[in-house]
Design a protein. Structure first.
Length: 333
């Protein structure tokens, strides 16, 4: 018997848009079917990131053997900050917009990226959230925060970001930018420069991209040298870990947070030896606010933002089966 539209299977799309990579995933009721990853576009017109996202979704659908026009809803986990532009969300992220940061590694003059407007040319139902809010949603749905009401998701990667949950409510803010504590000022004396223009904010002092710019080599090389005990790189990275711990303390003191779940490429590869430094910065201050505060790794690992993006549009009736089957494991393999 031929399917009608009402009887046809539902497909969901998901995008994870970061300062370094862009990933597109397609899923159905059984779980993710295919995922395609590419370096995030950094040149061309301001539409380049949105157009690349659509092209990668089409590739993922082709791998899954479905027509991209069958995607019913699209969830997007994206770096920010966001601004409202003509009723749609646009990105004004300094890690992608060369016209904002003037960074030598950004060969464009973009001042904003019209992400939602471009995506809605192809998809009618689009939900966009900051990447850490999406990751927090994923960890609360299927990961390490399923029973937590007072928790924070943190990424230490190309940038530094947070997703905040207080009393069981995920905080969004007036433009969806709640959690941009990566731009919280920590040092008035530091000359560390963030792409946003701040000196001495968390991202300037800690992020992989900014450590790489300050250290004169790629972040991976800096962290590898630090792990091996090379003095200059070791000092740079240990200082970053102390600043990161201070940022977590500030949030614990502000929000009365119980659990921090930490993800991102830096923490995934180096959290094993940096965690003690970070814990010390939290635990050595004001026990009334810090006693019992936990640090946990992201249970969804490298897929946390992808699964978080799917969770933004996931039908509620799919959740129980996904918790039992954990179908995203097929992508991790």
């Amino acid at each position: 018997m031929r399917h009608t539209d009402a009887m046809a299977p539902i497909y969901l799309g998901a995008l994870d848009i970061g300062g370094t990579k862009l990933a597109a995933t397609v899923a159905n009721v059984s779980g993710p079917l295919a995922r395609v990853v590419a370096p995030t576009a950094r040149s061309g017109s301001e539409r380049a990131v949105g157009e690349q996202a659509i092209a990668l979704l089409e590739q993922a659908c082709a791998h899954a053997g479905i027509d991209a026009r069958r995607i019913a809803r699209l969830g997007v986990s994206s770096c920010g900050p966001f601004v409202a532009a003509g009723g749609s969300i646009a990105l004004v992220t300094p890690n992608l917009c060369g016209g904002l940061s003037g960074a030598a590694d950004l060969p464009n003059d973009w001042t904003r990226i019209p992400l939602e407007a471009v995506l809605r040319e192809r998809f009618a139902d689009v939900v966009i959230r900051n990447d850490c809010i999406a990751a927090l949603t994923g960890e609360r749905s299927f990961g390490a925060l399923q029973e937590e009401a007072d928790c924070v998701y943190v990424t230490w990667s190309t940038g530094i970001g947070f997703g905040l949950c207080v009393d069981g409510h995920i905080l969004l803010g007036k433009h969806g930018n709640a959690g941009h504590a990566g731009h919280m000022l920590l040092s008035g004396q530091s000359d560390a420069l963030c792409g946003c223009g701040n000196r001495g904010d968390v991202e300037a002092l800690v992020s992989g991209r900014n450590l790489g710019l300050r250290g004169g080599q790629g972040a991976a090389a800096i962290f590898a040298a630090a792990r091996q005990g090379v003095a200059a790189e070791r000092l740079l990275v240990e200082q970053a870990a102390h600043w990161f711990g201070k940022a977590l303390y500030n949030l614990a003191a502000t929000l009365d947070t119980r659990v921090f779940v930490i993800g991102g490429s830096v923490w995934m590869h180096h959290g094993d030896w940096l965690e003690a430094l970070v814990r010390h910065e939290i635990a050595s201050r004001l026990p009334a606010l810090t006693a019992g505060v936990e640090l946990k790794p992201a249970a969804l690992g490298a897929l946390v933002a992808d699964i978080g993006a799917l969770c933004l549009v996931l039908p509620s009736e799919w959740r129980r089966a996904w918790r039992q089957s954990q179908p995203w494991q097929a992508l991790a393999g």
